[in-house]
Design a binder for this molecule. Sequence first.
Ligand code: GDP
Length: 436
Amino acid sequence: MARPLIALVGRPNTGKSTLFNRLVGWRKAIVDSVPGLTRDRLYGVTEWRGREFSVVDTAGLGLDQNDAQGQTRVAIEEAQVLVFLLDVRQGLTAIDRDLADLLRRSGRKVLVAANKADDPRREYLRSEVLELGFPEPVMLSGQHGIGVDDLLDRVLELLPPFQAEPEGEEAAARLAIMGRPNVGKSSLLNHLLGGERSLVSEKPGTTRDPVDTEIRFDGLPVVLVDTAGIRRRAAARDRLEHFSLLRGIKAMERADAVLLVLDATTGVLSQDQHVASYALEAGKGLVLVVNKIDLLERGERNQAVWQKQMLHEFKFVSHAPVITLSAKTGQGVAKLLPTALEVVGQRRLRIPTNELNRLLREAFAERPPPSYHGRRLSLKYATQANSETPTVVLFVNDSGLVHFSYRRYLENRLRQRYGFAGNPVRLVFRAGSGRD
Ligand code: GDP
């Protein structure tokens, strides 16, 4: 189920990244353990009143941090709701007015936030915003967390009502090919489409939807999400790197798993790690695809060696399988779809509740949680949630007693038994018995 996409737009220094961090902060812990990764992060998932949505900080999108116009155009193209930030201390500048024009003419849903409004009783910039033709602005202080709830409520009002995906033949897997420009995404796509065992049918999406391509692999329907976007990116090479990233993020939202294409000749760059962290945060499956191995010396092509190296570079997603291949010569490509299908299959694993409880009770007994000020975490009951991302809900005496390392221990125990290869495993701790 794709989450709606909310984009934060505005000229530099209006406070986009502060607001972004506040909105997605509650999940930050997942990737906080990776040095350097939290900086420059631009995608996150947030939840408000039971609804999840993705948030993108457009400032992180461009090569040119100051190109607010370009970033806004991309956001207009891709986002469901645009949150337009103004800085009340600076008032409306000429750049703000230009952006306002662009946004108004787009006809998209725009919510104006008067940021840095530290005194919630004052109506900063209100009349100016109304004069520009926008509805009532939200008074906000991203830094102090004032008005954030109002903002989220207003965003919810603007979102289309929650809709189930249209029925159709259930795909065995929906895969999004992601990666930096030039790593070989479109070459790989062509290879997959031309493969002997695949049978291609284009699926024109409705109105604004991108075009997916369905292939048959061993008789199974596999959907490659937003192939049109990949082709278009290849055609418009280098023009807009941020365009491709945001579009890739949208494709990811509609997929079960991400095939993250890496370039063996350049090694892993921080953008690659970012994309892997987005897949993790979005709860998607992940396959690391090391491309262009034909350009390596024979001795450097060893899959096991790459596996080890990637494990080091992608510690935070060490569950992801690594495939080495050449989209050019076709070497290794045959491994890709079986691996991806395996990863997606693991997402559908359902553990019987009694078995799950037995396993976790054993885990608690074999290695009891550490005690804090004389108090110790205890498990009452566990159950697997009915969600796309493998998720186990543990009802405990006090969720505040869960230590990071104990969470990891429990995750490892679950993985030892059930695998969940290539997928994040979410452990949600709740106070209570779970049986009320
Ligand atoms: P994209 O931007 O990720 O879609 O990358 P492309 O598929 O357009 O590939 C970028 C360049 O890398 C093109 O010149 C490709 O021919 C080349 N390329 C892609 N895959 C391979 C590969 O496996 N080996 C070699 N030698 N070149 C490749």
